[in-house]
Design a protein around this ligand. Structure first.
Ligand code: ATP
Length: 607
């Protein structure tokens, strides 16, 4: 029989195991308070200064009205209870109502404006992170898992804005309230005040110890949340494979294990955060006990009125809730700092591929392409392209063929400047792409990748993704050229039909044709087609091949194809192997050469 689990485990309340985690792609250098706070204040808080002023004013009213309460209690005891003064009895209840109403109203304004400040900051910070991700280098993005980035945008930024929100309330309300109450207490009795806060320095030492722990634990909590989001996005993204290989149970276990670890890390954070409460509470007990003892003693000996006694004890009791809030502030602050240390480096991550200061615009009209002794490796020196040179004249159609992994798609990656060559140069219309603006380089070419992506939008919007100002006629014309118009008109809402997530409601061949239409619609003079017809039947493939040679004759077309039938009419064919061009020529010339191409072709014909 399995051992029975205790109803409540002591382990819930203490952090014993330290499950360590390795650094992930978002783990950066620990930023200091001085690096983070001015940055947040300048970029996210100052633009909302009117709301800040409003919320601080409201918090000041809350603090001031709280400070008035001990006085009201004092007057009530002395004037009404002891002196039995009827005039005070008719005034004080109204004063109490007025103070409480003002306090409630101010609290409402403070809470709503503070929530708006935090919410707005969430909008600007998340927007900033998302923009940084969109601008990041492809190489970096491919190394960082999508789930982690998602978790960064949503979870890590919440911690930052949460800490900023709590920070504002703490500064605005708690600090003010503590100061006003301290002033009240000092005014009532200075010696007693010192006696009741004598334990405060001890708490400050304890808080110092908590900071480091908080930072470390928050970091682990966020890393685990990143893993969790990653497991979920991967399982849902690959749901066909999960189902086909019956991996539901394994995926569930992976996620539940991660959830379990997230719980442990979250509990560690909560324990650290919550420890500050009881410590302040205990101090409060000692302080209030001292206050009661000493003021009671003075009351008995006749040096203090009952009203003064009541008023002071009330102030001493009121001062601890805001002190507790201040205690929690520092733990939230260090949680927020841990999050900022992950997020800000992403925002600041300057892409390697960016415009140089003297970058020029390529006004690509002709679409001439030239590779001059280009060598390139995705990982340092492991060359994927080795001394590749070729040129394509405006309006030419050239094709690259060769075994898988030969480096064909890499040529397109360099032409789009998704990556930069280790050595050698890539030219578009005579301009070296690294000396041009990234945007103008990318405008020059329209890419149809191997696995084209469609957005969860209408057919029309997906085609027009390459040119937002395209008219319906232009969209339809591009669809006709890509042999897509007929199947589109058969869809339930024609061009207005939604294609589903990733184009899931369409077949592979239909997706390819929409992607080709999208590329045709763009005004780019160069078309990069990476296996654009792999999922098409022979007839549709023939239609598209003809279009490329007739209607699109003025555009430069660079095409990769495993099906050699697609490329026979190309002006020139480059045969690649091991990152090098080993043969080139027309289909006929290459066949006559009886080399690699001829072998590939005879294999294709035989199969
Ligand atoms: P296929 O016909 O299968 O598409 P290909 O000829 O287009 O192949 P490339 O995609 O250019 O080949 O890849 C060339 C080499 O570069 C391969 O060995 C591949 O593993 C490697 N490679 C491609 N993309 C990356 C990347 N992002 N990071 C690291 N290596 C990569």
């Amino acid at each position: 029989m399995a051992p029975r689990k205790p109803l409540v485990s002591l382990d819930t309340f203490r952090s014993r195991t330290e499950i360590d985690r390795q650094a992930d792609s978002l783990t950066g250098r620990d930023l200091s308070v001085l690096e983070v706070i001015p940055r947040i204040a300048k970029a996210h808080l100052l633009p909302m200064w009117t709301y800040l002023v409003l919320s601080f004013a409201a918090m000041f009213v809350v603090a001031a009205t709280t400070g008035a309460i001990p006085f009201l209690i004092q007057i009530t005891s002395d004037k009404i209870v002891v002196e039995k003064d009827l005039a005070s009895l008719s005034v004080i209840p109204f004063a109490v109502v007025a103070v409480m109403c003002l306090k409630s109203l101010a609290e409402y304004v403070a809470v709503v404006s503070q929530a708006y400040i935090s919410g707005r900051m969430n909008v600007t910070l998340r927007g900033e992170v998302f923009e940084a991700l969109l601008r990041a280098d492809l190489a970096w993005l491919q190394r960082s898992q999508t789930g982690r980035l998602l978790s960064g945008i949503f979870n890590d930024t919440s911690l930052i804005t949460g800490a900023a929100g709590i920070g504002l309330v703490a500064i605005g309300k708690s600090v003010l309230t503590v100061l006003i109450l301290l002033a009240t207490m000092f005014y009532m009795d200075a010696f007693l005040t010192v006696a009741s806060i004598v334990g405060l320095p001890l708490v400050l030492v304890f808080f110092r110890m908590q900071r480091k722990r908080m930072r470390r634990r928050t970091k682990r909590q966020m890393q685990e949340m990143g893993d969790l989001t990653n497991f979920v996005t991967q399982a849902l993204g690959g749901i066909r494979e999960v189902k086909a290989y019956q991996k539901e149970e394994a995926e569930k276990e992976r996620v539940v294990d991660s959830l379990q670890r997230t719980l442990e890390f979250t509990m560690q954070v909560t324990r650290t955060q919550s420890a500050s409460g009881p410590i302040t509470q205990a101090l409060a007990g000692i302080g209030i006990a001292l206050a009661i003892w000493y003021s009671g003693y003075r009351g008995i000996s006749g040096t203090m009125t009952p009203g003064e006694f009541m008023g002071f004890v009330t102030a001493a009791m009121l001062i601890y809730p805001p002190l507790k809030q201040l205690a929690q502030l520092q733990t939230s602050l260090y949680g927020g700092l841990a999050a900022a240390s992950r997020i800000f480096p992403v925002v600041d991550g300057i892409p390697v591929i960016r415009d140089r200061e003297d970058a020029v615009e390529i006004d690509a009209r002709d679409g001439a392409v030239r590779f001059d002794s280009v060598s390139f490796g995705y990982i340092d020196d492991a060359l994927v392209l080795n001394d590749v040179s070729f040129s394509v004249a405006p309006g030419e159609t050239v094709a690259f063929v060769g075994p898988s992994g030969a480096g064909k798609s890499t040529i397109m990656n360099l032409l789009m400047r998704f990556y930069e060559a280790n050595s050698g140069e890539v030219f578009i219309d005579g301009t070296n792409v690294v000396t041009a603006t990234v945007a103008s380089v990318r405008r020059a070419s329209a890419l149809v990748s191997q696995d084209p992506f469609l957005f969860d939008d209408t057919v029309r919007a997906n085609i027009a993704y390459s040119r937002e100002d395209a008219t319906d006629e232009e969209i339809e014309q591009a669809a006709r050229m890509a042999a897509a118009h007929d199947f589109i008109t058969e869809l339930p809402d024609g061009y207005g039909t939604s294609v589903g997530e990733g184009g899931g409601k369409l077949s592979g061949g239909q997706k390819q044709r929409l992607a080709i239409a999208r590329a045709i619609l763009s005004k780019s003079p160069i078309l990069l087609l990476d296996e654009p017809t792999s999922a098409l039947d022979n007839e549709t493939e023939g239609v598209i091949s003809r279009v490329l040679h007739t209607a699109l004759a003025d555009r430069t077309v660079i095409m990769i194809a495993h099906r050699l039938s697609t490329i026979q009419q190309a002006d020139r064919i480059y045969v690649m192997e091991g990152g090098q061009i080993i043969e080139d020529g027309t289909h006929k010339a290459l066949l006559a050469k009886k080399g690699k191409y001829a072998r590939l072709y005879s294999q294709a014909v035989a199969s």
